[in-house]
Design a protein. Structure first.
Length: 284
């Protein structure tokens, strides 16, 4: 968060000094990185709360919900930068590109690269949706900064100043793209899209002794908050204790292969030939 704030301030101040709309726009883009960090801290704090009577499945989706707030911020900022870019295109002003401004952009680029790699690595280690999403957000800032550096160098070499306004529009497009990526990931979780491929679950389960078939497989959630349920056609000769043991074996295998903390619900059904036919017909 602090790194993103320092980067944003440096870009905005230098952008104003040299009168570069693309550099200033990139600075405001970096501000959303710092703001999303603050929102992420709040979201993670709420998501970490334990299960209670009103939230029997926990609070983990609050972490995903914060992603939508970040999307709203990005869309608002994108439109603001786009409006400013159109004004610059209609009334182009040549930025006073200096060596100092290029050095600032290169330093902030290096910081963004470090932040992106570190945050994504930690997000993968901790199975955190918000960290991975935020690293994708910061990654877009890397491409934008590279584009701004190229723009400033081009103007320094004599390219018409209108390219600065064009670069601002490109910055806005990258911001909209980052917003779409975060929205797509967050919305798929909130509407309970499939979390694990059905065939993968079936391959893990079907090899268990006593399992004759599996159907009605469902999965939802994220890597760190996964929920799986299914119906198992089990050997009808199994007694209650053996059936209970089989259910636990299936749960343990799925957690070992997919996620240690996965919530797995297994519904056992006695295996009969007519049961298999009914399941096959219902699937058709």
């Amino acid at each position: 968060m602090f790194a993103n704030i320092v980067v944003a301030i440096a870009k905005i101040i230098m952008g104003i000094i040299i009168n570069s709309s693309s550099m200033t726009a990139d600075g405001f883009h970096s501000i959303t990185d710092g703001s999303s960090n603050i929102i992420g801290l709040i979201g993670i704090g709420v998501a970490a709360k334990p299960i209670d009577d009103d939230h029997p499945y926990g609070h983990r989706k609050f972490e995903t919900l914060t992603g939508l707030f970040i999307v709203g911020m990005l869309v608002f900022l994108g439109f603001k930068i786009m409006t400013s870019a159109v004004t610059k295109l209609m009334n182009p002003v040549k930025p006073e590109v200096t060596i100092e401004s290029l050095i600032v952009m290169i330093i902030t680029l290096c910081i963004n690269i470090f932040v992106t790699k570190y945050e994504h690595r930690k997000g993968t280690e901790l199975n955190s949706t918000i960290l991975i999403s935020d690293s994708m957000h910061t990654r877009s800032d890397i491409y934008v900064t590279i584009g701004v550096i190229i723009t400033l160098v081009a103007i320094k070499l004599g390219v018409p100043p209108i390219v600065d306004g064009i670069a601002s529009l490109i910055v806005a497009i990258f911001i909209f793209h980052a917003a779409y990526e975060i929205f797509e990931g967050a919305s798929s979780i909130l509407v309970d899209s499939k979390a694990v491929d059905t065939e993968k679950i079936e391959k893990i389960v079907i090899v268990k002794e006593g399992v004759k078939g599996v159907h009605k497989i469902r999965s939802r959630g994220t890597i760190d908050d996964m929920h799986i349920d299914m119906h198992i056609l089990a050997d009808s000769r199994l007694n209650l204790e053996e059936s209970h043991r089989l259910a636990h074996e299936i749960q343990d295998s799925l957690r070992k292969e997919l996620n240690d903390n996965a919530d797995v619900i297994v519904h056992l059904e006695p295996y009969k030939d007519d049961t298999v036919n009914k399941v096959a017909n219902s699937n058709i």
